[in-house]
Write a protein that binds this ligand. Structure first.
Ligand code: AP5
Length: 213
């Protein structure tokens, strides 16, 4: 039986599967899926004022300043709490202790799902990742192929390779994860559910789901 108003964080290094698993589980449990990376990439694509402000950070793998991110997340959580609210999954947020402390003033959190994954797996996965530019669905040319060529199964749109998925930027993102984000494992120690994310997609999905429901 699923709690009502379930508030979850998916935490883990780049490429650990936060988007893949978070999206699927959110759909199943009818939770809002709030992906900070998707929100920022949409703004960049639309060339909005915010998009122009954040594009250098995102494309070079650096973190966008905390103040800006906290303003964005507050709006998203407020939106998720209105209307058909059944809870939410936060993907890619928080990423610093300052963001985690800021989040405490916005909402409480029930569980943190930590997708633990090693660096070799990450580099391999991200080099082969492809994303739908229309619906943001994530594929992999080795482990999670689309049905036809490099087209999205849902939209039929040509899949794209993210600009921050080249090896040098992946390593930069890993470095930043180690210094700025991994301290959150201590911050959320009492709520942490550790999942071995080196396993295949279905096995990770089953373990994450067990930890949540
Ligand atoms: P964001 O988009 O959040 O990037 P990330 O955290 O680096 O995570 P990824 O999206 O790369 O990986 P994922 O864990 O979602 O893996 P996925 O499911 O796609 O952020 C991008 C940028 O935005 C940041 O660098 C920063 O600049 C900025 N930003 C975002 N949030 C911010 C914040 N809070 N503060 C400041 N700046 C922020 O899977 C990866 C691939 O592997 C896919 O191809 C998938 O099909 C495959 N795969 C997944 N799981 C498995 C499995 N178990 N087995 C085999 N293959 C798998």
């Amino acid at each position: 039986m699923v709690n009502q108003n379930l508030k979850l964080i998916f935490l883990g290094p780049p490429g650990s599967g936060k988007g893949t698993q978070g999206n699927r589980i959110a759909k199943e449990l009818k939770l809002d899926f709030i992906s900070m990376g998707d929100i920022l990439r949409k703004e960049i694509k639309e060339r909005s004022k915010l998009g122009k402000e954040v594009s250098n950070y995102v494309e070079s793998g650096k973190l966008v300043p905390d103040k800006l991110i906290l303003e964005l997340i507050e709006k998203q959580v407020d939106r998720a709490k209105s209307s058909d609210y059944k809870g939410f999954i936060l993907d890619g947020f928080p990423r610093t202790l300052e963001q985690a402390n800021g989040l405490k003033n916005i909402t409480e959190i029930d569980k943190v799902i930590y997708l633990k994954c090693n660096i070799e797996t990450i580099v391999k996965r991200l080099s082969a990742r492809r994303t739908c530019p229309k619906c943001a669905r994530v594929y992999n040319l080795v482990t999670n192929l689309p049905r036809k060529d490099e087209l999205c199964d849902d939209c039929g749109v040509k899949l794209e390779h993210r600009v921050d998925d080249c090896e040098s930027v992946i390593r930069k993102r890993m470095e930043i994860y180690e210094t700025s984000t991994s301290p959150l494992l201590g911050f959320y120690a009492s709520q942490l559910n550790v999942i071995d994310a080196d396993l295949g997609i279905e096995a990770v999905y089953r373990k994450a789901k067990e930890a949540i429901v």
